[in-house]
Structures are given as C-alpha cells and as structure tokens.
Design a protein around this ligand. Sequence first.
Ligand code: ASP
Ligand code: MG
Length: 425
Amino acid sequence: MNDIFVEKFGGASVNSAKAVKNVETILKLSEKKRIVVISAMGKTTNHLENLVNNFFNKKDIEEEYFYILNYHTQLIEELFNNLDASTALSKLQELCRELINRLNSLSSTDYNFLYDSIVSFGERISTMIVSEFLNQIGLKNILLSAKDIIKTDNNYRDANIDWMATQYAVEQNLLPLFSCYDTIIVQGFLGGTKEGLFTTLGREGSDYSASILAHCTKALSMTIWKDVPGLLNADPKRIKQTTKLSSVPYREAIELSYYGASIIHPKTIKPIENLSIPLYIKSFVSPLDKGSVICDKQELIPKVTNYIFKDNQILLSISPKDFSFIGEKNIAIIFSILAKNKVKVNLMQNSAISFSLCFDENRNILPQLLDDLQEYYNVKYNISLQLITLRHYTPEAVESVLRNKKILIEQKNRTTAQFLVEDIE
Ligand code: ASP
Ligand code: MG
C-alpha cells in the first residue's frame, strides 16, 4: 500500500484568489502524500470552448482571448499580493502566446482535435498558478503534466484511457516523486496521446482524472471538494427540501449518474470501485464537515427518494410505413440509424406498431436523424419535454413531481420510476 490520497478541486474551488487561498487552507489541514487534481478556474473551459467555436467558424476570437488572459492576470495579481508574481505572470504569458501560436499553425479542419489542443490550456494555466503559489508560500509541490501520466487514444474530446500505458507512466513518472515531494499536482480533464498531444476526457472529466490516478496509485481514498455539503438527493434549485446522502453504495452512485444526476462524472466510479477505494464528497466551504462517502456498503443512508430532472427532452414516435410490427428487424434498423447519428437514448417504449424514444434535444443532429428515419418510417415528435427519474420512489414523491404535468411516457420497476412529461398550460 502506498498511503497516497487523491484530492480533486473543481473550477468553482479555484475561481478567485480567495478560493485558491482556501485550497491552501484545506491542504494544510493534514500532512499526507497526496495527488492534487485541479480543473480550469471558474468558467474558463466555457470561454475556451467559445474561442474554439469562433475560430472554427472564422469569427473573431479577440474578446474571448483577452477575457481569459485578463481573468488569470487579475487572479494572479490578487493572489500573490505581497509575494513575487513575476514567474506566474510570465508563465501565463508564455502559455497564452503558445495558445495563439497553436491557432495560427493549425491547419487541421478536425474540430475535435482543435478543441483539445486549445481547451486544454484551461487546466494548464490553473495548475501552473496553484503550483507556483503553493511553492511560494512554502507548500512544496511539483506539477506534472497529465499528458505524461494519463495516456489515451486519439479520440479527441472524449479520449479513452490506455490503462496499461497509464499504469506504467504512473509507476515510472509519478510514484518515484513521492520520495522528494508530498504534494504532486496534476491537471484534471486532460490526457495525452502516444505522440504527446493533449486530449480531453469529456466535460466535467476532472473527477474521472482523479479516479484514474486513485486507481493506478491504489490510493487510500479520493476526495472531491465541492461547493455543496456533499451529495444531495436532489438539485436544490428544483426541490425545496433536500437531504444530504451520508453513505452511497458504488452501484447506487453509478445508477444515479446514469439517469443524469449531475453529481459526478459518470465514468468516475468504476476505477475506484474495482479497488474499493472510498470517494468522499466534501464542502470546500466547511472542510471539517463530514460530507458524503461513496463506498462498498450495501445500503443507501439515509434511504430517501432521489430526484433527477432532465430538461429539453425530445420524444420521437416512430411507426413503420409498411404497417409491419415493431419487432427485432425494425428495432435493429432504428438503432443503427440512432448510432449513426450518435443519439443517446434516455428512455424507450414500444407498442405493436410504434416505437417511442426520448433523448437530449440537439438541433445539430435532428434534421439528419429525421431524414434517415423518414426513409422507412412515419415519425412524429414533441420537443421541450422533461424527463423525471425517481430512485426509491414513494407515492408521495411521485405525486409531488407530477403536479400540473401531463405524462407522455411512464415506466416503473421496483426501485425506479421515470416519467416523460410536459407542463399543463
Ligand atoms: N474544466 C473541465 C470542464 O469544465 C473539466 C472539469 O471541470 O471537470 O468541463
Ligand atoms: Mg468543473
């Protein structure tokens, strides 16, 4: 056992000078060998996405570029205050120059490739700033590039982990550093190809980065520091009275994220479940509070209903033009068309002559999807629907979410009830 701990700080926990100082406070609470995984600061990833989209569509990128440069410059100036900010500022300028040079030299028309080589600057900048700052205030650390540790294929924007190569890189490049350093900082969300190019692991992928590193170092635990007191049974913006879940079995966490609970990146659980590494979700505002743990236990504690709401759903009702039944053959055709158009189905149901399915609305793919389906089928669709999922539902919970709603599809099993609904005018 290596006695290593992995801690992940998301964008909101490093979005200002004050927030970064709070990271220092949290790290100083205990002395241990730890890998600190950090996301891009605040909303930087969104701004970098806008920059890439503008560049790709041959629009102006200046506004987003200067936003990113100024935001980080101001943060550094405030954070270093009486310390020496010159190294951090010159490294920031260097990274920003590299970003511009990349854009100027990229001849590729591959959007995903372009995306990864530019959006990766968010985490490259944030980790550089935090590492410089911590070193200056005496919290000795080393910054490792995720590109050299988290090895992936070149499926840009949603890269797949090469587990063998990653395990090898962790053992060769990361673990030996613990003989000189207690704190190793790594960028979340990023990985690298064999050729040494940056990749990204999908939005919100820093949780996954942390869990990959926890797995490969056989960490004692992993902690995600968040702006909520732990895992809640519902989004507080949707449900007035929420309950904090104190202990969540791995399986339950996987189910919840599968149905769309935005608790953690869906790929996060598997790597740590395999080695029974507990995952703590704790508040960076009150770090001494208990938070939630996702672990080996069998029972959800407390056993309350979990509410998951997904807006902007589209319902397609598909029926064969030739009056044939919905059987294996038609389902196979429908699914090959869905796969071709990269549609991820959230709910489906069939009757003898019609097949219904719902998925996240995406105006970019809908016209082509409809074209493809309409070759064989009559297709009707409804937009702007809501999918409500209740895990461990009760009659009262069901009644409360269905008030003033019209149900279009309803599905229940012993633990889960799902309703595709629209508002009653
Ligand atoms: N910075 C990335 C994002 O905003 C990854 C992460 O925060 O987990 O999606
Ligand atoms: Mg984030």
